[in-house]
Ligand binder design. Structure first.
Ligand SMILES: Cc1cc2nc3c(=O)[nH]c(=O)nc-3n(C[C@H](O)[C@H](O)[C@H](O)COP(=O)(O)OP(=O)(O)OC[C@H]3O[C@@H](n4cnc5c(N)ncnc54)[C@H](O)[C@@H]3O)c2cc1C
Length: 241
């Protein structure tokens, strides 16, 4: 299972957002606006902004996550979200000899598929090692230089870790797409855990955050999972935990 940690976030996220938004409509100086926009007053103001569709002030609150135990396949998906900052473990500089890998649940539940999967991982590891030996001639310094070519045979299942920062507006868009049942299982698991963590840190900024069916009808048309009630119930239950 992936491990997701909320490493850091903007201090007083709701107050910062509320002050930024209040500034737009006020004659008062920034210190006065910031002082007034704290606690419940900030929460009320953030709710009012959401009602108005004034979304840009929530960009002032940022959240930084550590994500571990995920596949390179996951990496390819999350980095499509361009309004974010990423630092990812390098396969160019980190030797992936004896790499760990992520097993999809469908494979784990099927013994024959699991045996095939594990055999494939062993073959990839052997080829990686063999290529590293052939290209470096056994020279450790050269080995470090040629890892960038040996890594071409590493699979999408190969594990990785990363630090990701997104602001609250970008996160809300990310949750809309990736907490939905149509999203692939691994990124959905990570997105749902990220949502749980930011809801603890800044509840008012993430009210109704999650798949679009939490706040209204499903927009997926023919692709809809058709299980909106189940999804809503699951998210409501997660909020109470
Ligand atoms: C279920 C699912 C299936 C998918 N299948 C595929 C697939 O088959 N193939 C594939 O290639 N991708 C696929 N994707 C990825 C998808 O197309 C997006 O690239 C990804 O979800 C990132 O979304 P985004 O662009 O909204 O996010 P971000 O890049 O974070 O952008 C956020 C928002 O900023 C705005 N924005 C950002 N950059 C620009 C820009 N250059 N111009 C204008 N507006 C911009 C847009 O409003 C955008 O929604 C899939 C995603 C999901 C959830």
């Amino acid at each position: 299972m992936p491990t997701v940690t909320l490493l850091a976030h903007t201090p007083l996220p709701a107050g910062t957002v509320a002050a930024a938004a209040r500034l737009c409509y006020s004659n008062a100086d920034i210190a006065a606006v910031s002082e007034r926009m704290q606690g419940e007053r900030a929460d009320e103001f953030v709710r009012m902004l959401a009602g108005l569709g004034h979304e840009s002030p929530i960009e002032h609150a940022s959240f930084t996550f550590g994500i571990e135990g995920v596949s390179r396949t996951f990496l390819a998906q999350i980095t499509r979200h361009r309004l974010a900052s990423y630092s990812v473990q390098s396969q160019r500089y980190v030797d992936k000899r004896d790499f760990s890998y992520i097993v999809p649940p469908s494979v784990r539940e099927n013994p024959e598929a699991l045996a095939e999967f594990e055999a494939c991982m062993r073959r990839c590891a052997e080829s990686y090692e063999r290529l590293a030996e052939l290209l470096s001639g056994g020279d450790p310094q050269k080995r470090r230089e040629i890892l960038e070519d040996a890594r071409f045979v590493l699979p999408g299942a190969c594990d990785t870790r990363m630090i990701v920062t997104m602001n609250a507006r970008s996160l809300r868009g990310f949750f809309r797409q990736r907490c939905c049942r149509r999203a692939q299982w691994e990124i959905r698991a990570v997105a749902c855990e990220m949502l749980r963590l930011v809801k603890e840190a800044a509840p008012v900024l993430f009210e109704n955050a999650g798949p679009p069916c939490l706040a209204g009808p499903c927009p997926e048309g023919k692709m809809s999972c058709g299980r909106m009630e189940e999804v809503r119930a699951a998210f409501r239950a997660a909020e109470k935990e």
